[in-house]
Design a binder for this molecule. Sequence first.
Ligand code: ATP
Ligand code: 3PG
Length: 403
Amino acid sequence: MSTFKTLDDLEADQRVLVRLDLNSPVEDGEVQDNRRFERHAETVSELAEAGHRVVLMAHQGRPGGDDFVSLEQHASILADHVGHDVGFVADTFGDDAIDAIESLSAGNILLLENTRMCDDELPEEDPEVKADTAFVQTLAPYFDAYVNDAYSAAHRSHASLVGFPLELPAYAGRVMQTEYEANSAIATREFDGQVTMVVGGTKATDVIDVMNNLGEKVDRFLLGGIAGELFLRAAGHDVGYDVGGMDLFDDQWEANHETIESLIEERGDQITLAVDLAYEDEADERAEIAVEDIDEKDRAYLDIGTDTVEAYDPVIRDSEAVFVKGALGLFEDERFSEGTVGVLRAIAETDCFSVVGGGDTSRAIEMYGMSEDDFGHVSIAGGAYIRALTGASLVGVEVLQDN
Ligand SMILES: Nc1ncnc2c1ncn2[C@@H]1O[C@H](COP(=O)(O)OP(=O)(O)OP(=O)(O)O)[C@@H](O)[C@H]1O
Ligand SMILES: O=C(O)[C@H](O)COP(=O)(O)O
């Protein structure tokens, strides 16, 4: 189904410029290892073992942010995953970068500096404009081929993602290929049986947009997290309000309540809401309450309740395909992990086609001893996953397909 060229089409002995997405959490200046390194290592190893000269580009953070740091640490983390040296040069396309590129031998790997440290990378402009920048025009002549493996950044029209494919023969890396196929499935594949989408997390605005766009493709929506509470609020329950120092609900309510109300009116039979919720009681224990018994807007709810988990379980087991976006509760705290873990376990135990997306949510798989192998696909993309679910195109994929 991919309409782009892949590594299978790459000729031997190439000088290859590869775009990865190694954008990672940074804590106290330390770059945190995560599944993006592990996944991209497969593409990088394959290229190096085939004897290509491999030059890598990636970004980290956004200018001005605390996580806007050099890629030096990324090179050593990636090297651990690849099992091979990854050289690093603190330059994007100047003389130092060119010298380092020219000195590579077959099978060598070099990582260039954070693409966002180069003025031409941002802002978002048309691919033709990005292709015409000094960054692209200077680097491209040193390469035979360009590989984009950065599916999770493919919604950005930045030079390293959309400029090079206009100047060089362009190919999709293994991560790009797998992510594209799995994440596009909801928009492009026909499933005979029930298609279920589990919707939660904190970014209610994003997921409500997905629900609004996918009403025809999805048979059942199972709700939790912040979006779930906003739907309960629209249904007349006293939940989904900011209490104490919270600012998760009221702004998202203002932005989305009309869409929520019309979704409930037009697609109410497809949408299942929690019948009970969990909270922290005075003894710091998990306590639960039936939604219909809630009569004060004074408490934060941190998970769906046990009766809701029991109601969602058979829906998952009866599904042919399940897509997950967002956690159903504050799963990082074990007391409030029941909803997220219950749903993930049900998916893992069945052989339905499944995609789990969202950086935070997919962490729950590892944290609670499940295996990624029990899921059809665990995406490393955030914003790109959301867009793919709604069927929206990704500019970085489009330029590969046009190449
Ligand atoms: N009721 C709740 N109260 C507070 N936090 C919650 C609640 N339900 C879910 N969460 C939090 O939602 C987070 C996941 O939400 P988010 O919208 O960031 O999802 P994601 O899709 O996994 O991540 P991303 O889009 O960042 O890749 C989890 O860290 C979880 O703790
Ligand atoms: O981490 C991500 O989701 C991607 O790398 C995109 O990052 P950005 O939102 O800073 O463009």
